[in-house]
Design a protein around this ligand. Structure first.
Ligand code: MG
Ligand code: CA
Length: 534
């Protein structure tokens, strides 16, 4: 008897072993969160149940913008290839949602077929009806970029008069569905035609809960001059401030994401740096996907808990016999107070509650007497998941990331160019110059540096800090910069510079004067060959 008990005890306490973070998330969802969701009709109110493809899917990037802001062109820029069904032009050309996904075979799958494919994550989109499905497709092609992530192109949002055309489906609802599931949302704006239509504003509002996924691209920035660009940038931030909760956290990338010549060339350098940052951000998505899925599941579990409290509170107030209808009306009217009570009783922040107006609207269609009372076991399972299981999965992430670092980096397309050619930012320039050359790059102007060095009266082949300083200030660089250069150049830290170190100091001054950044630590290829073994 005793043995049996302890055996049972062990089985209950021993944590489950998961093959991967994603495997763990799937199993936790099914065993702990899904039962709570189902019991309180979470799926009718907030989001359909999650399926294996939701967890297994490649990371997704969602592009949103008014028409002609360059969404489709942006995708083509990344892939360096057209995709099946691509249409680009000044008028609204993309009239549909297009999931650009990897496949050996090129082709187009229409929306109606897409939502019955059990291997894909789009099944729940059925609920948006035929008007939507006719405007939804998957463009498949064999391209290395989308082998690591899928990209969702969306219909251009119209402005002004043209916007009155009814789409015939819940456009904002579809965007929200995607926003919940994607890893990154890129909002595109056109620097030379910045206007934010009502529909676009509604679109931004639909994705508001996913602020942390949003990045902003101010595209076509080469079409305006520097002064106009600064003005547009200010106007954009001001407009976003009115729509997004926290516009200051959304990173704005300024650039020109297509393959045409720059109209105003003066910002080339800025565009390159911005592109590099944006590419880094996109490249890291596959690596961060497990963490993103984990975060989304936590968010979902918290909403499911609040939802359970709301539904059970409503049920508790319902009379068993008469006056159900009038009670229901009363409860819906007082939903705000019910939120307040739950907030206080369970210490839940107001931000975790579902939108009040929408909840009221949805409740109209439900029979409250069919709701369930609170069932502590279901909530305890979710609490246990949040406080124990999730923490264990979290610990698995760094290891998994490390193991998959190379495999999961986005490669090919535009990413290849910028990594492997001299036109990629930072390649062969500044501190990076000479990285792959056998010759020490500092030798290039060695004769000039040596000439000055000899004039500074070296003793035992070295010059003093004072002598070096007197010469270095002629660069007109500020003292803090020169101080940093001194520290980098005095490789052996003896407080003096030999001719190699002096040449290095001059090389670093040149790098700075050319407008590049200094390194925090001297990269190996810049260390004088004589000192590389130190
Ligand atoms: Mg388009
Ligand atoms: Ca030295």
């Amino acid at each position: 008897m005793k043995r049996w008990l302890s055996g049972d005890d062990r089985r209950r306490r021993e944590p489950e072993v998961y093959d991967s973070v994603v495997d763990g998330l799937k199993r936790l969802y099914r065993s702990k969160l899904h039962p709570l969701e189902e019991f309180y009709k979470f799926h009718d109110f907030h989001s359909p149940p999650l399926d294996d493809p939701d967890f297994d899917a490649k990371p997704m990037v969602l592009l949103i913008g008014q028409y002609s802001t360059g969404k489709t062109t942006f995708i083509r820029y990344l892939l360096e290839q057209d995709f099946p069904g691509i249409r680009i032009g000044p008028e609204p050309t993309t009239d549909r949602f297009i999931a650009v996904m990897y496949s050996e075979q090129e082709g187009v799958i229409p929306g109606n077929a897409l939502v019955v494919d059990t291997k894909k994550q789009f099944r729940p989109l059925t609920k948006f009806g035929n008007a939507f499905l006719n405007r939804f497709q998957c463009s498949q092609l064999n391209n290395p970029v989308i082998n690591s992530l899928s990209i969702i192109d969306t219909p251009g949002i119209l402005s002004g008069e043209k916007q009155r055309v009814d789409r015939g489906y819940d456009f904002a609802g579809v965007l929200e569905w995607f926003a919940e599931r994607v890893d990154r949302i890129i909002l595109l704006f056109d620097a030379h035609k910045l206007d934010i239509s009502d529909e676009f504003r509604r679109a931004i509002e639909a994705i508001k809960g996913y602020d942390d996924k949003i990045r902003i691209v101010l595209n076509k920035a080469d079409m305006v001059d520097h002064q106009q660009l600064m003005r547009v940038y200010g106007a954009l931030m001001w407009s976003l401030g009115k729509v997004l909760n926290t516009p200051e956290v959304a990173r704005v990338y300024i650039g020109s994401f297509w393959d045409q010549p720059l109209q105003y060339d003066m910002n080339r350098r800025l565009f390159e740096l911005e592109e590099q940052d944006l590419f880094h951000d996109i490249q890291a998505l596959p690596r961060n996907a497990a963490l993103r899925k984990l975060n989304d599941l936590i968010k979902r579990a918290r909403l499911a808990k609040v939802h359970a409290y709301i539904i059970s509170a409503l049920k508790k107030e319902m009379p068993s016999m008469f006056g159900k209808d009038s009670k229901k009306k009363e409860l819906i009217n007082n939903l705000n107070d019910i939120y307040g009570t739950i907030q206080r009783d369970h210490q839940i922040s107001p931000g975790d509650f579902p939108n009040l107006a929408r909840m009221k609207e949805q409740l109209q269609h439900h029979d409250f007497s069919k709701f369930h009372q609170i069932k502590p076991k279901l909530l305890e399972a979710v609490d246990d998941m949040l406080s124990n299981d999730i923490a264990r999965l979290m610990q698995m992430i760094p290891k998994e990331e490390e193991a998959q670092f190379e495999e999961k980096r986005v490669k090919g397309g535009a990413f290849e160019n910028y990594e492997e050619s001299p036109f990629g930012i930072g390649r062969g320039e500044g501190v990076d110059k000479g990285r792959d050359e056998a010759e020490w790059v500092v030798n290039e102007l060695r004769y000039e540096y040596d000439e000055v060095f000899d004039k500074l009266n070296p003793t035992d082949g070295k010059i003093t800090g004072a002598a070096a300083k007197a010469e270095m200030v002629r660069s007109k660089l500020p003292n803090n910069v020169l101080g940093k250069i001194w520290k980098l150049a005095d490789v052996d830290r003896d407080g003096m510079l030999d001719s190699d170190e002096w040449a290095l100091a001059n090389h670093l001054i040149k790098i700075k004067l050319d407008g590049h950044e200094l390194p925090a630590i001297l990269p190996k290829h810049l260390i004088p060959p004589s000192k590389r073994d130190l």
